[in-house]
Design a protein around this ligand. Structure first.
Ligand code: ADP
Length: 472
């Protein structure tokens, strides 16, 4: 069943069920008030008739001849209901006229006037004259008092309210039926409108999703509502943005890898061809140069592997508690001779009493060395590179500061992207493929740390990262 049909059907069912519940509850309440209303009217009428009968008793000095007066009240069937002051004959009177229940004594709706001995002096039915009425069959009664003495009793046997009530309830039921039909029609129309309103954006989303699956990465859906469907549309667009961005990155990545491999491979190929053709002779220089190119290719392959592991969140870290001093010491040991060779001052500034950090020492060492090598690469001889470490809250912050060429803000925005290299760096011989900082970022984030850079053109740069302190 389609969503639209489901909504319409549920609304119709809901409308019908709601109408029936209201009808049931209202029916009970109406029936109760109806009974109360009829009883009260009957009691009121009996009181008034009682007063008239008392006056008759006083005038006549007894009940003789009261039947004519009694008939004048037209009381037969008074229990069937009372509207506007007239007793209304009910079907009971008709049945009695046929003589069907002549022998059965007083029946529902019969009205009697009893004297003070409880003998019937005026019945609504002549056959019952002179008989006594069993208490059990008395429905409603009113005492008739003349000068403070009880002289008789007006009674009505089991007043029936059923007929009027039935008529009332049946007209009520009719009204309810109509209400249910009208409510169901309105619910159907509303259901159709609501479902169209709901399903149209969903249909657009379905179309967009299948276009996206067909690699139409530019497709988006309009966000027209602020409800959950609007949220869904927003999420879809966000997802499509990401897919498009990732697709672009993937294409660039392949192009960048091809580009980075092309240079060392063409140098290797060119030199090997020259060697084969005997144009150049094998020499230690040529072997070193070929080896350098092979090292460059293997470094690139290793970096790509690291990057793909970091991207997939699968960098296998052998984390343990390591002294921060030890990390700094190890990196500086590997780096100081390189700095000396380039005649760059290398300073170390470590806060005393450093705690242990929870990290993989090899990977953190890799990040530090990447920072230090970059710093050295972009700093002229005579400049300074400083490695520092200090504690901040529950983290240790490691920084490498240089007095090198620095970076413009627009370059800073991209330095942690894979294969990004500034124009300046491209002009310098010996730079990497632009993967070092992207890998460093992956490693630091895998350690739940942060990585950032500050820089000023021609003044120098400062690269930092944080690692959480070990919890004891
Ligand atoms: P690579 O692996 O080529 O060194 P990185 O990812 O480490 O690439 O660095 C990316 C870019 O960041 C470099 O090409 C350079 O433009 C910039 N960069 C990194 N470190 C520094 C620094 N200390 N001073 C100036 N620029 C830097």
């Amino acid at each position: 069943m389609k969503l639209g049909a489901k909504i319409s059907v549920s609304m119709v069912v809901l409308a019908i069920v709601a109408t029936l519940i209201v009808a049931y509850v209202a029916g009970i309440a109406i029936r109760r008030s109806f009974d109360f209303y009829v009883d009260r009217n009957l009691a009121y009428r009996m009181d008034r008739i009682g007063v008239a009968l008392a006056e008759y008793y006083l005038e006549e000095g007894g009940w003789a001849g009261v039947q004519t007066v009694f008939d004048g009240f037209q009381l037969k069937g008074a229990g069937y209901g009372y509207y506007g002051g007239q007793g209304i004959p009910g079907p009971r009177a008709g049945r009695r006229a046929m003589g069907a229940e002549m022998m059965m004594g007083p029946g529902s709706g019969d009205v009697f006037l009893l004297d003070d001995n409880g003998i019937v002096v005026a019945p609504s039915d002549a056959a019952l004259l002179g008989r006594s009425v069993p208490d059990s069959s008395i429905g409603q009664s009113a005492l008739i008092e003349a000068n403070g003495v009880t002289v008789g009793k007006l009674i009505i046997v089991n007043p029936q309210k059923g007929i009027w009530e039935k008529e009332f309830v049946s007209s009520l039921n009719n009204a309810i039926l109509w209400a249910a039909v009208i409510a169901a029609i309105i619910a159907l129309i509303l259901g159709m409108l609501v479902s169209r309103h709901l399903t149209r954006p969903l249909a657009m989303l379905t179309t967009a999703a299948s276009r996206l699956a067909r690699r139409e990465f530019g497709c988006r859906v309009p966000v027209v509502t602020g409800d959950e469907i609007g949220e869904l549309a927003k999420s879809f667009n966000f997802m499509a943005d990401n897919i498009e961005k990732n697709e672009r990155l993937r294409r660039n990545l392949i192009a960048d890898i091809a580009h980075e491999l092309r240079t060392p491979l063409s140098i290797l190929r060119g030199n090997l061809e020259l060697l084969q053709e005997g144009i150049i002779k094998p020499s230690p220089e040529i072997t070193i140069s070929l080896h350098d190119e092979v090292v460059r290719v293997s470094r690139l392959v290793n970096e790509l592997q690291d990057l793909s592991l970091a991207d997939a969140g699968e960098l296998r870290l052998a984390r343990r508690s390591v002294s921060a001093d030890e990390l700094v010491e190890k990196a500086s040991l590997l780096f100081s001779s390189e700095a000396k060779q380039k005649n760059v001052n290398f300073l170390i500034d470590v806060q005393s009493g450093m705690p242990e950090v929870y990290s993989d020492p090899d990977r953190i060492g890799q990040v530090m060395l990447n920072f230090l090598k970059n710093a050295l690469f972009y700093t002229e001889s005579g400049g300074t590179v400083k490695l520092s470490a200090f504690i901040k809250d529950d983290e240790v912050i490691f920084s490498v500061q240089d007095t090198g060429i620095g970076m413009a803000p627009e370059e800073m925005a991209h330095i942690f992207e894979r294969f990004y290299r500034s124009e300046q760096s491209r002009h310098r011989a010996g730079g990497g493929a632009g993967l070092g900082l992207a890998i460093s970022k992956g490693i630091v984030e895998a350690h739940d740390g942060k990585i950032w850079a500050e820089s000023k053109v021609n003044e120098g740069s400062k690269f930092s990262f944080s690692v959480p302190v070990s919890k004891r």
